[in-house]
Design a protein. Structure first.
Length: 235
């Protein structure tokens, strides 16, 4: 199931005039950074290592200009943003949920220059509500600085999580997901700390292999319980 998509239209890398435009995008960012912010950060992480390092400071500077809703002068990083897509080639990057409910990202890396994709991810935040731009661009900046593999650890890092649940619902609806993981009724709008801790302890005991929990699933289940507790205690 597709959760977010970014379309970037770009000139060919060998074209004398370097241009890009944004296409149709689906970037849900509420609660921030949301699926949209995770995807934009992942695009930044995937393509920034292939951008000239001399241009990296300007990328970071550009994120702050967009966050402040300032007018962005053109061109930037030797590329000009335009609205017209005529003569440009489309690339699509997507975030989706697999059959197990886990987040995965795919990138259309065969066409376009790396800088065009990173710029597209940053410029796309201009269409995000102003009150959400800070957290979304925070995810983009985490992507710009990422040095590891482009995989689950990256998506967790971009979503701002400190634990190890990469389930899609933990990003899209963290409070609802956490309450479901701990078995707390949705009717309890703001569960008390004592209730959260009690539900965590009981679920933790049930998940442990010594108490009948599945050996193969125990580590993931315990990680999910820990993350659910963290979300509810800090929300």
């Amino acid at each position: 199931m597709m959760l977010a998509e970014l379309q970037v239209f770009h000139s060919r890398p060998i074209a004398p005039t370097r241009r890009l435009a944004l296409g149709f995008s689906t970037l849900p960012c509420d609660p921030a950074p949301g699926f949209g912010g995770v995807l934009l950060g992942a695009v930044a992480a995937r393509f920034t290592p292939e951008v000239d390092p001399d241009l990296w400071p300007d990328l970071v500077s550009l994120t702050h200009e967009v966050e402040a809703a300032r007018r962005v002068s053109q061109p930037r990083l030797r590329h000009r943003l335009q609205e017209d897509r005529i003569g440009l080639t489309r690339s699509s990057h997507r975030l989706f949920r697999n059959d197990q409910g886990i987040l995965r990202a795919t990138f259309n890396a065969e066409k376009g220059a790396p800088a065009q994709h990173v710029l597209g991810a940053i410029y796309a935040v201009q269409d995000v509500p102003v009150n959400l731009r800070g957290p979304v661009l925070g995810a983009v900046r985490r992507g710009l600085a990422w040095l590891g593999d482009i995989g689950p650890d990256l998506l967790l890092h971009l979503s701002g999580k400190s634990a190890s649940s990469c389930h899609a619902d933990a990003v899209g609806d963290p409070i609802g997901w956490a309450m479901g993981v701990l078995g707390i009724s949705a009717l309890d709008q703001r569960p008390e700390k004592a209730q959260i801790q009690r539900q965590f302890r009981e679920a933790l005991i049930d998940a442990h292999p010594d108490h009948g929990g599945d050996d193969g699933d125990a580590a993931r289940r315990i990680a999910d319980l820990s993350e659910a507790r963290r979300i509810l205690l800090t929300s």
